[in-house]
Design a protein around this ligand. Structure first.
Ligand code: MGD
Ligand code: MGD
Ligand code: MO
Length: 770
């Protein structure tokens, strides 16, 4: 292909070139039969006016020096040269280390950044901070904050289900019925961290249909059903899946459909769980009880339970269900039900987690993990569970629970972020704004003027993947991609690596950071190490230069396996890494932590703000967006085309809209006690009555207004002004942003303009410094 070069992204490998008109042309990878529509955001975003063109410093910080400030996100920026910016950042890092110690630097920097193994922004930042003495870090992810803590207690580790799930083809061959709590939404599977060369799910579903795999999707949303002829929709009220699962388990137990032999041999604690189902310390959790909570008719519950027991059933729980308050419970309850059915460890049976949440659960993946940049060792031991960022900044010295331990928030003076957008990903953004006012200094590397960049003191412009060289591929990819440099850097953007090299040199750690390699030498080095490891496994791949010329390389695949198959075959000699060596339906260890709401077996818990609410009667689902990756690409064509009067669409049931005088295609105001935003109403029976759906990722665009709850109105439609900054539980402290209680009313007839699509106020250095 003339001038076309290979690259990859979280939404897939593709080809790009600068066309004859100077514009970026983008084409799918030839091997990808179902390329992602998100490719349509690339060309329209990469040179968008929101690109950060030059290093920029908040005026108050430049003039008055470091210190807490409520003006973050509200003040103009002064554009400076790179040397000035790097000198200032190096001096500030030196000051914080000397006066407060390295633990006063928060370098958690959660976020997806871009594809590419070497220029992975978080790895670059962590490596840099480690070479200068370390940083307070963060653990786990917004994606899986609850399951990553819970699963090791239940099955010994999280990878069993998150990294070694049964393959699509195994399911096709062995499974009779897939029951998917949270669904298999087509929008989600176009995305895979690090990249994917072949989007497989549409082919998988066609195969399932042909092979007679039945699918039952449990969700409040019709759009969580994939395009499968054999899919049924079980309409569940949001946040009540646990009640439904308990009802199913009660039917299985009382009708004697459970596999007692498997429970005796491979699990511990079934008696405690069975006692709870049968009404110990509360009501009997039968189908009628469940129906009253979850809204699924009792007869349908009984029917589903019997169908599940009749053949090989795979119960899969989407990641979204553990991103809700009490997020442990649906995962644990589903595992317990799968254990009762006895299919765990059999091909295509048992329990799964995240099929349909993301592109690669179900893909087999390469024989060896792809190369990564070594981050070095962090001498600082302080950390937070990732979603406790506001608490960390607002409550230094306070104690908190995490996985049975009692920990203390350190006192943070400098926040350093590269490759993430907390003003996209965190809950209760009015609170996060207050939290971001507290540190002395906030430093952000960003390609775009995101809300996080706007809330920083120092904004350093960085390149995107298209403007640098890398090697790329996803966790379960089929190809390794030589990612060529296709565009010149936009404005004065530099690679994250180059910025950190400049800082490390100023702090006397240049060689420690770069290991005296150029970026190209790093690529060759990382590839070479990986190639040698593959050779050790008996697989020859070409030398780096040849790979680079060819543009890609097909990866040797890992053999298929079924989670817990070996354990099931011989639980005595292959025990799990749990206290009992078995699957823990009751965990004495978790019970021993004595945490509220966690008796040690799966239980039904109402969300804190209740299932019904007078003032905020709608339950909002704030799920992943179809038209972009989180906040990435929100200025792109695909995302903009879906907006309503420029605002993020909110989906409402026509009855709920009629009761509020809301017409399709009009601007509405969505609010609760924490915050308010505008959005564009889209009426559809795809959502259950009482449910509203507002995807994440509209760039946060607050207008200060003391009359609004939380003190501001997001005029664009970011749901995180509405979500509560409340952990899933004191066990895991995970993100619970998937849902919130809200009310919706007609919005202003002339909604205020958006600011987020343009850069903030910028002044050149000469005018800026007085
Ligand atoms: N209410 C609610 N909130 C949620 C969720 C939810 O379900 N509901 N889901 C959560 C989940 S699962 C996740 S994973 C998070 C996602 O949260 P994030 O990962 O923080 O979201 P992104 O928009 O992907 O942010 C990545 C940022 O990195 C920037 N970037 C891209 N490439 C580079 C680079 O090379 N260098 C640098 N320095 N920057 C780069 C992009 O411009 C972008 O602003 O959101 C969470 N938030
Ligand atoms: N297009 C696109 N795809 C993505 C992403 C993206 O930003 N854009 N982000 C990726 C990332 S980082 C992650 S972690 C994964 C996340 O994967 P998930 O967490 O699984 O994805 P979500 O879209 O947040 O939620 C999936 C579905 O769960 C349903 N749901 C919500 N609440 C309930 C409930 O109480 N009960 C039931 N039964 N269902 C419920 C919603 O209807 C929603 O559509 O998605 C990945 N895929
Ligand atoms: Mo995620």
């Amino acid at each position: 292909m003339n001038g076309w070069l290979s690259t990859t992204s979280h939404w897939g490998a593709y080809r790009a070139r600068v066309g004859p008109d100077g514009e970026l042309d983008v084409a799918p990878h030839p091997a990808d039969r179902a390329p992602s529509e998100l490719l349509g955001n690339v060309a329209s975003s990469v040179r968008h006016e929101t690109r950060v063109a030059r290093p920029a410093i908040r005026r108050g910080w430049l003039e008055n020096g470091p210190g807490p400030s409520d003006l973050r996100g509200r003040e103009e920026f002064v554009e400076v040269g790179w040397d000035t910016a790097l000198d200032l950042v190096a001096a500030e890092l030196r000051r914080v280390r000397e006066q407060h110690g390295n633990q006063a630097i928060f370098g958690g920097s959660y976020g997806w950044a871009s594809a590419g193994r070497f220029h992975h922004a978080q790895s670059q930042l962590h490596r840099f901070l480690n070479t200068i003495g370390g940083y307070t870090s963060s653990r786990n992810s917004y994606s899986l904050g609850t399951s990553l803590v819970l699963l090791p207690h239940l099955v010994g580790d999280a990878d069993t289900y998150l990294r070694r799930a049964d393959g699509w083809d195994t399911i096709r061959r062995h499974t009779d019925l897939v029951v998917a709590f949270g669904g298999l939404p087509p929008k989600n599977v176009s995305v895979t961290p690090g990249g994917v060369t072949r989007h497989t799910s549409s082919e998988v579903l066609a195969d399932w249909d042909r092979s007679g795999v039945d699918l039952d999707v449990v969700s409040p949303l019709a759009t969580d059903l994939p395009d499968s002829r054999r899919a049924r929709w079980t309409r569940v009220r949001p946040a009540t899946d646990v009640a439904l699962i308990l009802g199913l388990a009660h039917v299985v137990l009382t009708e004697g459909l459970h596999d007692q032999e498997f429970l005796d041999r491979c699990t511990t604690g079934f008696d405690e769980f069975a006692g709870y189902l049968l009404g110990e310390g509360g009501p009997v959790r039968d189908a009628e009880w469940a129906s009253a909570v979850c809204g699924v008719p009792a007869d349908d519950i009984r029917d589903l339970a019997r169908r599940m027991a009749a053949g090989r059933t795979l119960i899969t729980v989407s990641w979204s269900l553990q991103r809700i308050e009490h997020g442990e419970q649906p995962v644990w309850a589903a595992l317990a039900l799968a254990a009762m059915l006895g299919g765990i460890g059999l091909p295509g049976g048992g329990f799964g987690h995240g099929y349909g949440s993301i592109g690669d659960v179900g893909d087999t993946g390469p024989l060896l993990p792809l190369p990564t940049l070594p981050q070095g060792a962090n001498p600082v031991s302080e950390f937070i569970p990732v979603a406790r960022i506001s608490d960390l900044l607002l409550h230094p010295g306070e104690e908190f629970d995490y996985d049975g331990r009692r920990l203390t928030y350190p006192d943070i003076r400098a926040v350093y972020w590269a490759g993430g957008n907390p003003f996209h990903h965190h809950q209760d953004l009015n609170r996060l704004r207050r939290a971001f006012g507290r540190p002395d200094t906030v430093i952000v590397h960003e390609p775009h003027w995101t809300a996080t960049a706007r809330h920083a003191d120092v904004v350093l412009p960085v390149t995107t993947t298209l403007e640098r060289e890398d090697i790329g591929g996803g966790r379960r990819d089929t190809h390794l991609i030589a990612m060529r440099r296709i565009l010149d850097p936009v404005g004065q953007a530099r690679d994250d690596h180059d910025v950190f090299r400049g800082l490390a040199e100023r702090l006397g750690a240049g060689s420690a950071f770069t290991a005296d390699r150029t970026p190209r030498e790093w690529l060759a080095h990382l590839y070479g190490q990986w190639r040698a490891a593959l050779a050790g496994e008996g697989h020859e791949v070409p030398a780096f230069e040849e790979f680079w010329r060819a543009g890609e390389l097909a990866l040797p695949a890992r053999p298929q396996s079924t989670p817990l198959a070996e354990f099931r075959a011989d639980p005595r000699s292959r025990p799990l890494a749990t206290p009992s060596g078995r699957i823990e339906l009751f965990s004495a260890r978790i019970a021993g932590f004595g945490l509220p709401g966690l008796p040690g077996y799966p239980v039904w818990r109402e969300p804190v703000e209740g299932l019904d609410h007078d003032r905020f009667p709608l339950r909002l689902i704030a799920h992943q967006p179809r038209t972009r990756l989180h906040g990435q690409g929100d200025v792109g064509d695909v995302s903009r085309a879906d907006k309503v009067h420029g605002r993020e669409p909110i989906r409402l049931h026509p009855d709920d809209a009629a009761a509020r005088g809301i017409a399709d295609g009009t601007v509405v105001r969505v609010f609760n006690d924490r915050g308010a935003c505008l959005a564009g109403a889209r009426l559809t029976t795809d959502v259950l009555p009482g449910v509203a759906v507002l995807a994440t990722g509209a760039w946060y665009d607050p207008v200060d207004d003391p009359a609004q709850p939380g003190g501001s109105l997001c005029v664009h439609g970011n749901p995180n002004v509405l979500t509560a900054d409340r952990p899933t539980s004191p066990l895991s402290q995970g993100c619970s942003g998937q849902q919130a209680r809200v009310e919706v009313e007609p919005g202003p007839s002339e909604p205020p303009p958006l600011s987020c699509l343009h850069p903030p106020r910028l002044v050149p250095e000469q005018e800026g410094i007085r």
